[in-house]
Design a protein around this ligand. Sequence first.
Ligand code: AHR
Length: 514
Amino acid sequence: MKKQLLALAATLVVGVQALAADVKVVVSADQPGPVIHRNIYGQFAEHLGTGIYEGMWVGPESKIPNVRGWRKDVVAALKDLKVPLVRWPGGCFADEYHWRDGIGPRSKRPVKVNTHWGGVPENNAVGTHEFFDLVEQLGAEAYVNANMGTGSPQEAAEWLEYMTGEGNATIVEQRRKNGRDKPFRIHYYALGNETWGCGGNMRPEYYADLYRHWATFLKTPAHNRPKFIASGGNDTDTTWTDVLSKNIRHNFDGIAHHAYTFPTGRFEGKGPAAGFPESDWISMLSQVKKIDDTLAKSRVILDKNDPAKRLEVYFDEWGSWYDPEPGSNPGFLVQRNTLRDALLAALHFHVFHAHAERVKMSNVAQMVNVLQAMILTSKDKLVLTPTYHAFKLYTPFQDATSLPARIENNPVYKVGATEMPGLSATAGRGKDGKLYVGLVNSNANQPAELTLQVGTSAPKSVKGQLLTAGAMDAQNELGKPAQVVPQAFEAQAVDGKLTLKLPAKSIVVVAIEG
Ligand code: AHR
């Protein structure tokens, strides 16, 4: 009996090994899906803490090298990232922002108090002209968020006219006097932000009516018409998607949803950015499923209310949000950025790719020094975060054509009562014609081995990059050697089989060669 049991146990072990070896990622290159809009890789820059002031804007007089006030080092790093789009000026800040405070000679601009973020003075040094200078330096598109909280339909309409007007109306002449002859090119214009909360505590029905009213007066030359955005729901709440898509018709191109991820799942007592247990690691990564579920739900609603599929879905704020860095101004939303954030970003990309039919734009919160930032600065120094590197790895997916990527025998990753699929995969045909595959191994301890197939055959080889590190909370800190940097990754087929070995807690993005 004992012998039989031992034999059975041995068979089971062999069986488990065989199962592990059988993990397979199959890309269907013959089933092209929608294009992954490059603006899915958009960014968010708000007047918040050192996100803009210090982090990016130092002013033309600064000793820190700059072009018309914007830091050269930060702009160069963001250009390298191929940032396709920047949203500005908020956030909650947008609903107290009066655009006229930010035009004309900087020395004459009014100083206000940033009541949302830290109660610090806001001198309006960065206004409309400076923002467009930034996006033009980056070669990015512009997303401007109008004030529906404390503004008026007239103010929102006139801002648009100021930016896009071409004739000799006084407001357009004013723009010219302020140094800009040709109109600014604006790609997205939103009315309000989080109108369910900091933007006015509205009900969706009330906001829908208000939007209909205000949107009536948004006018631009036809060739410079932005997409008009309504502020949507939060987290998993799709009520707003339903109400807005049922009730708004005119000047309405998309709905902006927000979804942040907190380790504890709660806004109050979010959990630390570093020095966390594995249960916090899996808690963050497994929550990306809620984005997937919310999008699936939103698509069902929209397919009913907008069968022509005209409306787009935007995630114009997403990312990790932790307890503030000890010793920092809690209103500045300063947090560390670790390997966990890089994987969180990559998993978001996979979800956005999967819903590329409706999701045409997203903005990670935020670009520099705030929340899940790409870059952290201190005086004249900067550091590229793990999230920066995740964004960099996925640049080939900007405007790629999505392709189905199926995982067979996906191992389960479990910590305590929380479990999630160990592996995640995405694929696309890049604009350069190459086939790209993105893979995430969420398991913090176990490496994964998988075979990669395109249809029924194995590619000859793959080449790309790997992002991983020794610790779950590995980070890149100023003055210390960077712990999270991309490494070259490649693999060749052997006997008609291409095996990829993914370290624990890693991201791999490869191009298929042959
Ligand atoms: O990104 C920080 C804040 O989060 C934004 O201002 C607001 O829209 C959201 O609540």
